[in-house]
Design a protein around this ligand. Sequence first.
Ligand SMILES: [Zn+2]
Length: 454
Amino acid sequence: METIVKKAACYCRVSHEEQKLHGLSIEAQKEDLKQYCKRNNYKIYKFYIDEGLTAKNTKRQGLQNLLSDLDKFDIVLFTKLDRLSRNIIDANLLDEKFKNNNVCMKAIFEDDIDTSTADGKFTFNLKLSLAERELDKTSERIKDIFRYKIERNEVISGSVPKGYKIVDKKLAIDENTAWVVKKSFDLVEELMSARAAFIQINTVYNQPTSLRSFSKLLKNVIYTGTYKSKNYYKENYCEPIISLEQFNNVQRILKNNKQYTSNNRKETYIFSGLLRCSHCGYKIVGHYSNRSGKNVIKTYRCNRYSIYKDCDQKKSINEKKLEKMLLSCIVEEYKNYLYSFDVSSKKTNSIDVSQNKSKIQKKIDKLRELYLNDLISLEDYKKDYAIFTQALKEIESKEVTKVAPKDADKVLSILDNIETIYYNLDATERKRFWSSFIDVITIDGNYNIDIKFL
Ligand SMILES: [Zn+2]
């Protein structure tokens, strides 16, 4: 009887410190994995190796390579969990990525890390939820300690806001720097402009600072004596440097200084240059961006509406939403497009064809609406989308067309792996990716799109 031989990716890792301290070696891990594969009838696809990483250099190229090869093997093998990830929660994040490609993982020396069997999956999930619960408890404990300290007006981190120093675990006014804080607020009130105040602080008062930290300082409510963070709030936490009244007044001025508060860092709009308004044909351009930490919200709007206010398409388009939608349909769309070149002979009654086409197109639009309104899941959306586009494809195959693009194969091979690759790209790379094969996307405020490929 012939059995199907499964292909395994073998992952090995050893850090610089481990090599030095314990003599752990890649060779030993490789050997163990080789033996295991031999015993269990796995064919080794490739070894992925991260060697000699230091605490500072944690970029794991081996793992990155493994993640971009996920369609090439069936299982990821490693000796122990700590080779693959720091903890079981991180392992789960990796496992999510594996699962999307029907790849499972197994630690050959730890029975409870094995997602290749139903039993193993169950144990893994159990361990995962235990670990998550433990983590919750730990962060609760930390919160309790912080709350306790704040209640007693004690500092909880070593970072001290300008104008203060730490005395007996508490914030106390530092006369050497407090005047700069006071002066900063006074200048904003006097000049009615944060930017003008910023320039004076740097030049006239010779207190070098960046616009970013200057703006942070002006927004820090600690200077009124109040501690405020996401989780805690306490008045009379420390001695105030400015009055609440002055603080509020400065906040109002900041709000009015539009060009100052608008982000001083320029965002890359991924789809700039690619979008056209389906109502008026004008370009749809980057309209608004707001960054809070790692999250950026970026939207687009019809430029004709922005400038002349005379297009009916007033709604703005959310970049994240558009990305998600395009990713879910781009492969089908592009294949459809290519397919239309393949069959150039059978021309049927073109009226029938276009009627059927628009019927199906309407169904697709309806489906998209359901998805965007959260009435169906992404999975259902993808499934039905595939069915409809298949039908469209069949109709279109009967239509006559021109010559296929030269780079189609290259684009297709990239598209086949797109979901694993795409989210590792930064904004500039994403922009380059879309514009490498798309000419124009015509779109309306309900995300109905029509893609014209290059
Ligand atoms: Zn328009």
